[in-house]
Design a protein around this ligand. Sequence first.
Ligand code: NAD
Length: 500
Amino acid sequence: MTISEMSPAAPAEREASLLASVPTGLLIGGEWREASDRGTFDVHDPATGQVLATLASATSEDAVAALDAADAAQASWARTAPRVRAEILRRAFDLVTERAEDFALLMTLEMGKPLAEARGEVTYGAEFLRWFSEETVRDYGRYLTTPEGKNKILVQHKPVGPCLLITPWNFPLAMATRKVAPAIAAGCTMVLKPAKLTPLTAQYFAQTMLDAGLPAGVLNVVASSSASGISGPLLADPRLRKVSFTGSTPVGKRLMADAAQNVLRTSMELGGNAPFIVFEDADIDKAVEGAMAAKMRNMGEACTAANRFLVHETVATQFTAKFAAAMGALTTGRGTDPETKVGPLIDGGARDDVHALVSAAVEAGATVVTGGAPVDGAGYFYQPTVLADVPNDAAILGQEVFGPVAPITTFTTEQEAIKLANSTEYGLASYLYSRDFNKLLRVAEQIEFGMVGFNAGVISNAAAPFGGVKQSGLGREGGTEGIAEYTTTQYIGINDPYTQ
Ligand code: NAD
């Protein structure tokens, strides 16, 4: 029976029984255990503020114990046949898919996103397990003759070694599978530290990985109320070989500085400030549809969220009216309610930050076309908002909004649009709308973003290399590039076989 088929009374029981089935301990060496100091922290529902669960809070000592387990498992895991690793990932894909309703509900409860979106994240997140199960057996090296024709070159990929994986709160499943799956594919062991605001999905996912047959010690999970208490000792430990981080740019910079001490491999998926450019020849209805997806996925709490709407002056009035009508029609509510299109923001601080950016933009001369205020009552809801005439120097155009707010500004020439798009230290996602394919390609050549959508508001896909340039980060997740983040290259020079 699916959630929607249950009687109105049943969902509360269903939520309680699901929450009761989530492991609350630390996963170290294949066993769930308490924190060494028996410390705990609470996880809340952002739609109600109520406590959902209480988890063990890992200490620095627990983090080192998790690395002990990862280090102990590394050598045999690296020697495990690729087919065996691939089949564990494939079983994990099947199990996550079987448990899709559980994962979706957990994400809605701890993060707030509407159930339909949470189901979409399960599909997207699970796909990394299937994609990397296929990549596991196709990580090719090469064998060639040196140019002068005498000797041979053999190149092979090896697992980089034990990794620290740190994930954010906004996509609790997908951000974990995007790291865990390629690490498994490459033969690495790992310590995963999920965000303290939304760790329940990662706990449930870790149990699912054990159920799929992942050997003890390969994946260790240390949720904690002190992030630096985990990362500090691990980054300083010479057994750790890599850190993969998804989160904000300031934290990423700090981790890179710490990682430099042991010259660790780093993958950094950091913040964004995506431009959404609507050219004069765009299909406006398609652009509005794309804008809704690019802006409102996850209530705007996404690194890929369209953050700046740059619209050609000749179509700005039409685009703004249609976009504002669509935004104004969205229903705000708890994500478990089937009518809900927009859930709460993650906490009160996040909502205050969004409102401060809106207020400052209005003070600087922006017009509120729809929304513009927090929603009264329980939970951290904010009205879907469209702002027009936003001055180019307004703070809201310079930083991640991370909320359901769309600031619109206009441009006249293609070069002006490119200049505006590039006027940010970020370079993650970007979106272009036009019917002229040559123009789209010409602009893509000139904008400094790791990802560009052509007439598309959603571009994330497990088969595509996700990542940014500039201060949006280093490295790629997904695609054929994803596994390379977890391998190191070894070259073997072979003396002329004819003289042996
Ligand atoms: P955050 O940087 O506050 O936290 C991310 C993770 O880092 C969490 O697990 C947190 O506990 C941990 N952390 C925080 N301080 C730390 C420290 N000093 N040492 C070690 N770990 C620490 O980010 P957030 O608020 O959880 O997530 C939102 C941010 O993530 C946004 O900037 C968003 O753009 C970015 N993000 C990027 C991508 C991407 O793929 N580029 C994807 C999702 C989110």
